[in-house]
Ligand binder design. Structure first.
Ligand code: DQA
Length: 146
């Protein structure tokens, strides 16, 4: 089973950016956590981060028929990107969405979510542990589909 984990803009600044909201775990801590979950759950995981919308669209298109599932934190593009939504629909790969902060309790402009029109499930407010939850949820979903 292969899962692609995508992180959008500013997730590479974890541990530096707004630590009161996103916590002190760094992006490196997040990658280590994902690697640990991959090993424990016996899943092949590829990690990708970009600050550029088109690069995220290109990455999603490039895994058409190549991965079983996607875990995505589109970050700020969650609230703006029809392009990322359309690329997920185009490749039609089961996708779970993660947000480190509790987006549903934040500013009004964050209540618009394009990605939720496609994602199977949404984890928010668990810090970087949300990625563990998303990966395990997706693994179980994919196993049930087989
Ligand atoms: C985020 C929430 C978004 O609103 C924000 O733009 C981010 C991170 C989160 O993980 O909580 O960059 O996706």
């Amino acid at each position: 089973m292969k899962i692609l984990v995508i992180n959008g803009p500013n997730i590479n600044m974890l541990g530096i950016r707004e630590v009161n909201i996103y916590g002190r775990d760094t992006y490196e801590n997040l990658l280590n956590l994902i690697d640990k979950v991959a090993a424990e759950e016996n899943i092949e995981i590829e990690e990708f981060q970009s600050n550029h919308e088109g690069d995220i669209v290109d990455k999603i298109q490039s895994v058409y028929k190549k991965v079983d599932g996607i875990v995505i934190n589109p970050a700020a593009y969650t609230h703006t990107s029809v392009a990322i939504l359309d690329s997920l629909k185009a490749v039609n790969i089961p996708t779970v969405e993660v947000h480190i902060s509790k987006v549903s309790e934040r500013e009004d402009f964050r209540q618009v979510n394009f990605i939720r029109n496609y994602s199977l499930k949404f984890f928010e407010g668990y810090g970087i542990e949300g990625y563990t939850k998303a990966i395990i949820y997706l693994k179980n979903y994919l196993k049930e589909q087989k």
